[in-house]
Ligand binder design. Structure first.
Ligand code: IPE
Ligand code: IPE
Ligand code: MG
Length: 240
């Protein structure tokens, strides 16, 4: 099976999963965390080199305060519990997003986990936390503007590589496949620049129910796609 080098996932539908069972939404998030852990293991096993999970958007800060608080507690617990498992699986943790907004406890656990796993090399697990793509692009543009202001860069020299290198995703390949669960067909401010030529896969399955079998189905579909990047079919597959 052809696996993407970089898989990105919008893990959506935890709240609805819980509501369908007359459970509080936060229980849906608990099950969502379990699904995420299983996905990390499965992706590494399949040889996916980069896995990026959209866990909390910049817009999610606007949710009811108790949901935000519970999500932050859950995140902190997840990070503290996962360190050993990330080390055992040789997985490096990265984060994208404006982490200055995270509670200081979460931030310090995150920074410690990133430092401890920095030299791991089987897979890079990137969590998008307090992440919004427009915010990421704005922060990147400000950095380029500062370089111009300091005379380090001429405006007419700015190319795609310059911008790519100041995005939070610097150094990562662009996603080959994006999966969004729960039937919503939108990007919700995720990786707007990086998804330019990513294959998109949408499924009705709610995130807590998305397991290895559902992943295999997505990867099979991905394997059938022809990625043309603006060229003709003949150019990308000359023997047809
Ligand atoms: C995704 O599940 C997780 C986060 C956004 C934190 P939701 O909480 O968005 O679940 P639904 O969309 O309300 O079902
Ligand atoms: C996107 O889901 C963000 C995450 C999965 C973390 P949302 O549930 O916040 O997106 P919308 O509001 O349905 O677009
Ligand atoms: Mg949602």
């Amino acid at each position: 099976m052809r696996v993407p080098e970089h898989l990105a996932i919008i893990m959506d539908g935890n709240g609805r999963w819980a509501e369908q069972r007359q459970l509080p939404r936060i229980l849906g998030h608990h099950h969502g965390v379990e699904a995420a852990k299983a996905m990390v293991e499965e992706c590494r096993r399949l040889g996916i080199r980069f896995l990026t999970l959209y866990a909390f958007s910049s817009e999610n800060w606007g949710r009811p305060a108790d949901e935000v608080r519970s999500l932050m507690e859950l995140l902190n617990r997840f990070l503290a519990q996962e360190l050993d498992s990330l080390l055992a699986q040789n997985i490096r943790l990265r984060v994208i997003g404006d982490i200055r907004q995270l509670p200081s406890g979460v931030r310090s656990t995150l920074e410690a986990t990133m430092a401890r796993t920095a030299h791991n090399s089987d897979m890079v697990l990137t969590l998008a936390l307090s992440y919004g793509s427009r915010d990421e692009i704005l922060r990147a543009v400000r950095r380029l503007a500062e370089a111009v202001g300091q005379g380090l860069l001429q405006p007419n020299q700015i190319d795609e590589d310059h911008l790519t290198q100041v995005l939070d995703t610097a150094g990562m390949p662009e996603p080959d496949l994006l999966i969004r669960t729960s039937g919503e067909m939108r990007i919700s401010n995720f990786l707007l620049w990086q998804l330019a030529y990513t294959e998109l896969y949408f499924t009705e399955v709610l995130w807590p129910d998305f397991g290895p079998a559902q992943l295999r189905q997505a990867l099979r579909e991905f394997g059938r796609r022809q990625r043309r990047f603006g060229l003709t079919a003949r150019q990308v597959q000359p023997d047809n």
